[in-house]
Design a protein around this ligand. Structure first.
Ligand SMILES: Cc1cc2nc3c(=O)[nH]c(=O)nc-3n(C[C@H](O)[C@H](O)[C@H](O)COP(=O)(O)OP(=O)(O)OC[C@H]3O[C@@H](n4cnc5c(N)ncnc54)[C@H](O)[C@@H]3O)c2cc1C
Length: 379
């Protein structure tokens, strides 16, 4: 056995997921380009990758892991990097019909793509980033698209009303029927395939396919079954450690304390940076992880870049950018800048990120609110 073994239940070496609801779904990016590293890299760096193999249980007393192949592996240190899994619509609404998709893996995107044909009617359930990105790809490919969001507005969990309003307008301008405050009552079908949706407001939509983008939950069942402390995900301390000193967790499956919040962060930045931090701490360092959050979303010709976390904000300030179509939304909790959404506005993103990463977050409000302020002067 090599010093590091990665178990992957997917039939693939590690790859990036963000393009799955963007360029990969559009057919503009190949699977090769999703890969984090070429296959040879793993062998050259003494990392064994077992693909298509799941860990099915962990025995912490004997420090062994049972595999789906029937074999077992022993470990000195174990890292849960099990990610998150998409929530599925309840069976009571879907009645086992086909034509209903979620997007988590490249295999999911590969299954979905052949159905994304011009003229087909797509219903996206959930107005979060993944659902809205899928809607944007579908319009690009010529599908008719409706998006329903059960909350009173899209992006309610992740963005301020101003940012949500901007994306609502963009989607409607691209011909998406976007319905907010409207849930799904049931899906209907013929010959086992989805053909319609009954909505909570009594409306009926004819549909050919459905994408559910209704959130994700931590893949923490294995850790829970092994008796490791979990909350909304596997509970980790600032060093990535769990309630077992030989077990660590990172990325989407881990819940961490940060600025008084208990956060489970679903972003590439967090998975990569926390992964590096756990690797350091596994190899003898004792370094606390400090998230430097950023996130992005691509929809139509709009690039949204987000720096910071906005939970707890009580005020937002919107600035027009210096270029056509550029704007930014700045989030404050009291006097403290906590996040910025930059819409086609690289300057606002870079400024916000530098201020947040550098911890220079107070005494900025009035300058940011003043449209005459050159953002560069704040750094
Ligand atoms: C469609 C989509 C679009 C996204 N867009 C963005 C974006 O624009 N920007 C951004 O920052 N983030 C985005 N994200 C989120 C980002 O991809 C995740 O935060 C990131 O992949 C988390 O990495 P991870 O290593 O924690 O988990 P994952 O990438 O989920 O990897 C976990 C792996 O562990 C495997 N696994 C789980 N349990 C077992 C087991 N028992 N045995 C063996 N293997 C197991 C899983 O199958 C999976 O392959 C997106 C995600 C999706 C799905």
């Amino acid at each position: 056995m090599r010093p590091v073994t990665i178990l992957s239940r997917e039939a693939s070496y590690p790859y990036q997921r963000p393009p799955l609801s963007k360029k990969y779904l559009l057919g503009e990016m190949s699977l090769d380009r999703l890969m984090f590293r070429p296959v040879e890299w793993y062998a050259e760096n003494a990392v064994e990758v077992m693909t298509g193999v799941s860990a099915v249980s962990v025995d912490r007393m004997s420090k062994t892991i049972q595999l789906s192949t029937g074999e077992s592996l022993s470990y000195d240190k174990l890292v849960f990097a099990t990610g998150s899994a998409p929530r599925n619509l309840p069976e009571a609404l879907t009645h086992g019909l086909s034509g209903i998709f979620t997007i988590r893996s490249f295999a999911d995107a590969d299954r979905l793509r052949p159905h994304m044909q011009a003229g087909k009617r797509l219903l996206v359930i959930g107005g979060g980033y993944i659902g809205l990105e899928a809607a944007s790809v579908a319009r690009h490919l010529g599908l008719e698209v409706a998006v329903i969001e059960a909350a009173d507005r899209i992006l309610a969990r992740v963005a301020a009303p101003t940012t949500a309003a901007l994306f609502r307008d963009i989607h409607r301008a691209h011909g998406v029927e976007l319905l907010e405050g409207v849930g799904l009552a049931a899906l209907t079908g013929e010959a086992g395939r989805v053909t319609g949706a009954e909505l909570s407001d009594g409306r009926h939509l004819d549909v050919d396919l459905v994408i559910a983008g209704i959130g994700a939950y931590a893949e923490d069942a294995l850790a829970r079954a092994a008796g490791i402390a979990c909350g909304n995900g596997i509970t980790v301390d600032a060093y990535g450690g769990t309630s077992d000193p030989d077990v660590y967790a990172m990325g989407d499956c881990a819940e961490q304390a940060w600025k008084g919040l208990h956060l489970r962060i679903e972003s590439v930045q967090n998975a990569v940076d926390q992964g590096e931090n756990v690797a350091l701490n596994l190899t003898g360092a004792r370094e606390a992880y400090r998230p430097k959050p950023w996130f992005w979303s691509d929809q139509y010709d709009v690039k949204l870049q987000i720096a910071g976390f906005n939970p707890g904000y009580d005020e937002t300030i919107t600035r027009a950018g210096t270029r056509e179509g550029a704007s930014s939304v700045w989030y404050f909790a009291g006097a403290e800048l906590i996040a910025v959404d930059a819409i086609n506005d690289a300057k606002a993103y870079v400024t916000g990120k530098k201020l947040l990463d550098g911890g220079r977050t107070t005494g900025l409000r009035d300058a940011i609110a003043d449209p005459a302020t050159d953002l560069k002067s704040l750094i």
